[in-house]
Design a binder for this molecule. Structure first.
Ligand code: HEM
Ligand SMILES: [Cu+2]
Length: 851
């Protein structure tokens, strides 16, 4: 229940009354400072503040960028002259795979999420993102996992199949060592942190906006992050499924990709590129969002065509899903689909074009301030447009057949990736650095760095277009000296080193500023109009502003002072803990006061043990890997136990006449939203498995059972459906018991649901086994058991969740007024039951109907 006592609440700002009366009571700000204080010494590792974790996250991503970049330099040295023997063939393969994988998965995606963790709450003037411990956990898992991934190089055990790891090259027959497993490990990590990040970002943007920031006043950057998170939700499950299938094929020889047994290597390509193409936009859109924030500031005027830019972002996100096939033009797919995907690939240039025009128009119409960031932005525009042009060329099918797998592609991809994301990120680094330590980076060093990077980049990569057209294939470790490629390669190598020198200068500059040299910055050094420049400390802003426009700082120059004095929302900490305002998703009206969890050892340790678990799996210590897994799960339970506090305070005044509760349940609660996002991810993964089933059937219907004998009899189906249905009903029954505080019935319902689920999965597995099906025999056996195993994984998760909910109930922490834990378990339980039923129907009925 949200009460509004003051009818004039929409009338603040611009000289009118502000939401909270000033001056504020003595000691209010001290209290905020104390609550948000960082732990000291070694306990700093327990910090969860987005400003800290975000900086570590960005720093780690930059470190991985440097490592992957060093590998690139060694590769360029190897290719500088013909017949070079600096690297042997095998080492070269490991280098380009680790370089490509590292850049794409351990630098590009993490850094855009890291920037989100760091900057997004400031753009929204929220005190933090809604799940700070989840961000911290995602960061630590990424940190330890990334380091282990790069270490595989030292032992010569690095993956060598290219960053897209096409089977059959990566199957157990052709890559028997653990190299490929290391790739799957690297990806495993990024999957976990990317999804955790997507949950944070979606719920953060939709629910923790400042009062008044309706969707049309949402900064373009937040839009871009929202679209990106949406793309992660629908694209990452495909790669999760692909990596899981490949890993299972390698471990148990279930033939998903082996043609002899009814599998198909093309399945990998479909799943991988269904993810891999949007991946490029997952990287590019946030960078474009940053550009859309910097351009208006640097041009000193609002972004021209704001609405079109937002539409373009949403449109790109939507269309990029249809395009994965353009990575497969050379695989001999039907020509009608070729033309379709070719046209669609060109069409996606349109939204990018709209954004480029909006930026150029804004810069042209404004009075441009020439900062280092401005230069990087112009560099970005130049390079990105060139990369876009070669992209349109590659989208033309006959041209693609020519350029396929040549250095032309290497040139194109680096123009798009470095131009499209590295340059904007470096612009952002210079632009937002003052929010970090109140100092500017050096304009003089920055200019040098920019020119070295810009010239070095073009000298390095432009010649690759030509060497590609002259026939130089990609992924060759050396070449003979009589093909006319010598000079071009030497020039590329020199350029790469000039580029590296530029990056080095940026590092020097950052180190200078971090050590306390460098000019002090004013509160808003570039006179920006957006909220991240409000004065802030560890607790974020002193009070959460009432927002009335897209550029609040331009429209109300008094706003920073008002916010600083505590004249806006939530100037203190009414319940004496970390908290932020949750607003409604569309109109951004205050709904409740969300308590935010503070520092805790669990995220750090759970991240460490999650990494240890994956490393044990990679090294094939299957049994031992259970130890860190159990520890990690235990730690997560420990951290969760203290949450879901219930309504332990009466409704609180947050300013502007809004008195809001400190606890809500059901669909308003932020963790309900988090669970729904997670279930979207889960459902997409399941859809990918269903796709796998159908796809494998279309390529090899001959390995499917052709009569009833090969299938479990129908009573097995009926029994399974009954048990999944029973599980769903038991959960519903427990739910009504929670409503009425009938605790015995709640517990009974939970136990019944658990028993039904365990029974269901045992029945499903037995049904397949008793019909004599063997997973390693055929693609049919592999995917049938995979669907059962996937459901088994859900039963394992449900065992944990139901057990946890029971424990909460037994401890007296679950009743009708305190039930978020129960609601989350319920959502996951219903989903799992529905998934189990669907999988059964597919497994039992499809072969019968298709015969
Ligand atoms: C710092 C300057 C960089 C240099 C000098 C460089 C150089 C190279 C070289 C020499 C290759 C191997 C080409 C081949 O043999 O086929 C390569 C591949 C690749 N690079 Fe870079 N690169 C740089 C930065 C980046 C960045 C920033 C990204 C992504 C964000 C990136 C992504 C890739 C990818 C995806 C591949 C393909 C790997 C594969 O074929 O599996 N590179 N790069
Ligand atoms: Cu693509």
């Amino acid at each position: 229940m949200t009460l509004r006592t003051d009818e004039s609440r929409d009338e603040f700002s611009g000289g009118r009354p502000t939401p909270s009366p000033v001056p504020r009571p003595e000691g209010e700000e001290e209290r905020l400072r104390r609550l948000w204080r960082l732990p000291r010494g070694i306990a700093l590792l327990t910090a969860v503040n987005n400003t800290k974790v975000g900086v570590w996250y960005i720093g780690t991503a930059l470190l991985f960028f440097l490592i992957a970049g060093l590998l690139a330099l060694v590769m360029r040295l190897q290719l500088a002259v013909p017949d070079n023997d600096l690297l042997d063939h095998n080492t070269y393969n490991q280098f380009f795979t680790v370089h490509g994988t590292g850049m794409m998965f351990l630098f590009a995606v993490p850094i855009v999420e890291a920037i989100g963790v760091y900057l997004l709450p400031s753009f929204l003037a929220a005190r933090d993102l809604p799940f700070p411990r989840l961000s911290a956990f995602a960061f630590w898992a990424y940190f330890f996992g990334g380091i282990a991934f790069f270490c595989s190089l030292i032992f010569g055990a690095a993956p060598d199949g290219g960053w897209f790891m096409y089977p059959p090259l990566t199957s157990y027959e052709h890559s028997p060592g653990i190299n490929a497993d290391f790739w799957l490990l690297g990806i495993g990590f990024i999957e976990i942190s990317a999804i955790a990040g997507a949950i944070e970002i979606v719920v953060g943007i939709l629910r923790t906006r400042p009062p008044g920031m309706t969707l049309d006043k949402l900064p373009v950057y937040a839009w871009s992050m929202l679209v990106m998170a949406g793309m992660i939700i629908f694209a990452f499950p495909a790669v999760i499924v692909a990596t899981a299938l490949l890993e299972i094929e390698r471990a148990f020889h279930w033939p998903f990709f082996i043609a002899d047994k009814g599998g198909d290597p093309l399945l990998w390509q479909h799943l991988f590129w269904f993810f891999g193409h949007p991946e490029v936009y997952i990287i590019f859109l946030p960078a474009a969002g940053l550009v859309s924030m910097m351009v208006p500031t640097l041009a000193r005027r609002p972004l021209i065509g704001h609405d079109f830019v937002v539409l373009a972002l949403v449109g790109t996100g939507f269309f990029s899903f249809g395009l994965w096939v353009h990575h497969m033009f050379a695989t001999g797919i039907p020509s009608l689909s070729l033309s379709f995907f070719s046209a669609a690939s060109m069409a996606v240039a349109v939204p990018s074009g709209i954004q480029v025009f909006a930026w150029i128009a804004t810069l042209g119409a404004g009075r441009v301030q020439w900062t280092v960031a401005t230069r990087f932005l112009f560099g970005f525009l130049f390079i990105f447009v060139l990369g876009g042009l070669t992209g349109v060329m590659v989208a033309v099918v006959p041209f693609d057949w020519q350029a396929h797998d040549s250095y032309f592609i290497v040139a194109h991809l680096h123009y798009v990736l470095i131009g499209g994301m590295v340059f904007p990120v470096f612009a952002g680094l210079y632009h937002w650095w003052p929010t970090l330590n109140g100092r500017l980076l050096s304009e003089r060093l920055g200019n040098w760095a920019f020119w070295l990077m810009f010239i070095g980049f073009n000298v390095a990569f432009f010649p690759m277009h030509i060497s590609g057209l002259l026939g130089m294939p990609r992924r060759v470790y050396t070449y003979p000296g009589d093909l006319g490629w010598n000079l071009l390669n030497m020039v590329s190598t020199v350029g790469a080193f000039v580029l590296a020198l530029g990056v080095l200068l940026v590092l020097v500059d950052m180190a200078r500023s971090a050590l306390g040299w460098g000019e002090k910055a004013s509160d808003n050094p570039w006179n920006a109009g957006t909220l991240e420049w409000l004065p802030n400390e560890l607790y974020a802003v002193r009070s959460i502003p009432h927002v009335t426009s897209l550029y609040p700082l331009w429209d109300n120059p008094d706003l920073p002072r008002e916010v600083r004095e505590g004249a806006h929302f939530l100037p203190g900490a009414p319940t004496d803990r970390r908290e932020t305002i949750v607003t409604s998703p569309i109109e951004a009206k205050p709904q409740y006061l969300m308590p935010l969890p503070g520092p805790h050892w669990a995220p750090f340790l759970a991240g460490l043990f999650t990494a240890a678990h994956f490393i044990c799996l990679t090294l094939k210590f299957y049994y031992f890997s259970l130890v860190p897994a159990v520890l990690a799960v235990g730690l997560v339970i420990w951290w969760l136990w203290g949450l879901d506090k219930g309504a332990d305070h009466p409704p609180q005044d947050v300013g502007g006449g809004w008195r809001v509760p400190v606890y809500v349940q059901g669909p308003k609660n932020h963790s309900w939203w988090g669970m729904v996002v997670l279930l979207l991810v889960d459902g997409t993964a399941f859809a990918c498995l269903v796709f796998t089933y159908l796809f494998l059937w279309t390529v090899s219907p001959d390995v499917w059972p052709t009569d009833e004998d090969g299938l479990p009899a129908l009573p097995w189906l009926a029994g399974g459906l009954a048990l999944w249905g029973l599980a769903a009903l038991a959960i519903g029954w427990a739910r009504s018991a929670v409503d009425h505080n009938q605790h015995g019935r709640v517990r009974l319902g939970l136990i019944m649901a658990w028993a039904a689920m365990v029974g269901g999965i045992l029945l499903d597995a037995t049904a397949q086994m008793q019909s004599g099906l063997v997973g390693a025999d055929s693609a049919y056996g592999a995917i049938a058991y995979m669907l059962v195993a996937w459901q088994g994984f859900h039963v394992a998760v449900m065992t944990l969740m139901l057990g946890y909910t029971l424990a909460r109930s037994a401890a007296g922490l679950l009743h009708s007024e305190r039930r978020v834990t129960f609601d989350n378990t319920m959502l996951m339980g219903w989903y799992s039951a529905a998934q189990g039923g669907t999988a059964l129907l597919l497994l039992h009925l499809f072969p019968r109907l298709a015969i």
